[in-house]
Write a protein that binds this ligand. Structure first.
Ligand code: G6P
Length: 484
């Protein structure tokens, strides 16, 4: 099989370059080992949008990276506009942050259509396409409209919220109908998958039976594939990273004191301000911990031209400064706050150095930092993970200290408990989590998705192979246009 993976952001091969977001980090080893072609945005824009997509091709292990210049006229409306100011806030249940326009939607559709045209050159009779994330909800339908009958899978890295939330996205019905052009739609958690099925039922009047839905495109399977990490490779990387100069500088700076760590993109879904407030509260509740611990928060700026992100950066900086002003001493700063990214090796070393991993998003598809923190620990003396119940990772990592990130006192108490947890309990929790991580690595995730895509196609052919048709205008409301 010739696999073509598509995502907006791609990763480069250099392990020590900072990587933005879990998607890029997760897909890199898969492309390298499977020989897939990974197509994504080059970050450059193409001034003449009527021109053909220009692709730069690089090798990536056994696979290849194809970087496309996306059309300048539509890039802003697509990326900052519809993808990150309509879909992203809705997918993370922040409909108050939706800011979008008809032009944004049209640009989003244009870029999806542009990507579909560009993908045709990577196609041969054996090709399967695997589309990643909310930037390309309509890409499958665009490929079908160009006559593609190849298998096309889709995986969503973010949460999928309740139908009442998705209804707030302009053009939601048209977009979600188009998602049924995919043969397989994969989610991080069963709750996300149920929400999607609920939307199909209540908004499109389509029945999902046994994880399968029929539409004018043919059949689509819905399933859950929690994404994993390369556990043993990451653990080995963390053990080796102790010698890295940046990691030893961090260790020496602690002078035997404890460290809690948070590593996130600077995003409102990550609960960063609430986390800083919880650390503040912990110092107030446990003055005996003052000077004995510091908190390193790495918050890598992201999507900075979008107003909500700029406002968050200001707010977070203010909270950090207030906490440091309130509790700091001439020779101790409670919070070390950095606005830059680090490579995977250095991060692995930082995680191993930290006694507590603080991962407290309000909503998160999976959160691979939680999994990486666990994998990076020293088996003889593991640290403790404080994890939000609202991260997909909490389903598997239920031996972490699970918290509600909106409950400041509970988060404060959990960080304090993590800092003082006896070794036997730390080890027992860590071993349980490692066992879970090893049953679902990134390679197993990939194989499961690919097997399900192949299986869906076999069954699809028995029913009716996907055709490049326009969807029916299904009416909203229960059972109005269910197709079987
Ligand atoms: C999240 C999204 C990814 C995205 C990443 C980085 O993890 O699910 O699709 O690549 O954030 O976001 P950015 O907008 O910087 O590419």
């Amino acid at each position: 099989m010739n696999l073509v993976v598509v995502s907006n952001r791609v990763a480069r091969a250099k392990t020590n370059e900072p990587m933005t977001g879990g998607l890029a980090a997760a897909l890199l080893p898969l492309v390298e080992s499977s020989g897939a072609i990974w197509v994504g945005s080059s970050g450059q824009i193409l001034e003449d949008s009527s021109a053909d997509a220009f692709a730069t091709i690089e090798t990536l292990g056994k696979g290849a990276l194809a970087l496309l210049d996306l059309p300048a006229a539509h890039y802003g409306g697509y990326y900052e506009g519809f993808a990150n100011s309509a879909l992203w806030p809705a997918l993370h249940s922040r409909v108050d942050l939706i800011r979008t326009s008809q032009d944004d939607y049209e640009s989003y559709r244009e870029v999806n259509a542009f990507m579909a045209r560009a993908l045709l050159r990577f196609r041969n009779p054996e090709t399967a396409f695997w589309v990643q994330d909310y930037h390309f909800l309509a890409l499958g339908a665009e490929l079908r409209a160009l006559g593609t009958t190849h298998p096309i899978g889709f995986f969503l890295h973010t949460p999928w919220p309740a139908a009442s939330v998705m209804r707030c996205v302009p053009h939601h019905r048209e977009l979600i109908e188009r998602m049924l052009a995919y043969d397989l739609v994969g989610f991080q958690t069963a709750a996300d998958c149920d929400n999607f099925a609920g939307y199909l039922r209540t908004e499109l009047g389509l029945a999902v039976k046994g994880g399968v839905v029929a539409s004018p495109y043919g059949i689509t399977r819905l399933a859950t594939f929690p994404i994993g990490i390369d556990v043993d490779v990451f653990a080995a990387q963390a053990a080796k990273a102790a010698l890295h100069p940046e990691v030893s500088r961090l260790r020496h700076s602690l002078e035997g004191k404890k460290l809690a760590i948070g590593v996130d993109r600077l995003d409102y879904s990550k609960g960063l301000v609430a986390r800083v407030d919880a650390f503040d509260r912990m110092l107030a509740l446990h003055p005996e911990l003052k000077r004995k611990v510091s908190f390193l928060q790495i918050a890598t700026p992201s999507r900075g031209t979008i107003e909500a992100y700029g406002a968050l950066q200001d707010e977070l900086a203010r909270h950090v400064a207030e906490v440091n002003g309130r509790h700091g001493e001439v020779d101790w700063t409670p919070i070390r706050y950095l606005n830059k990214g680090f490579g995977q090796t250095v991060l692995a070393g930082f995680y191993r150095t930290a006694h507590v991993g603080v991962v407290t998003p309000f909503h998160d598809g999976m959160n691979l930092v939680a999994k990486e923190y666990v994998a990076a620990q020293n088996p003889q003396d593991p640290g403790v993970l404080v994890l939000s119940k609202f991260a997909g990772a909490a389903n598997e990592l239920d031996a972490a200290l699970l918290i509600n990130p909106h409950d400041t006192d509970a988060v404060a108490r959990s960080i304090a408990a993590a800092l003082t947890m006896p070794l036997t309990e730390r080890r027992a929790r860590w071993e349980t989590m490692m066992r879970r991580l090893r049953t679902n690595t990134i390679h197993q995730w990939f194989s499961r998705f690919m097997a399900a895509l192949a299986d869906t196609r076999i069954n699809d052919i028995l029913v009716d192979v996907k055709q490049p048709v326009m969807p029916l205008q299904v009416r909203p409301g229960r059972g109005s246009a269910a197709l079987h």
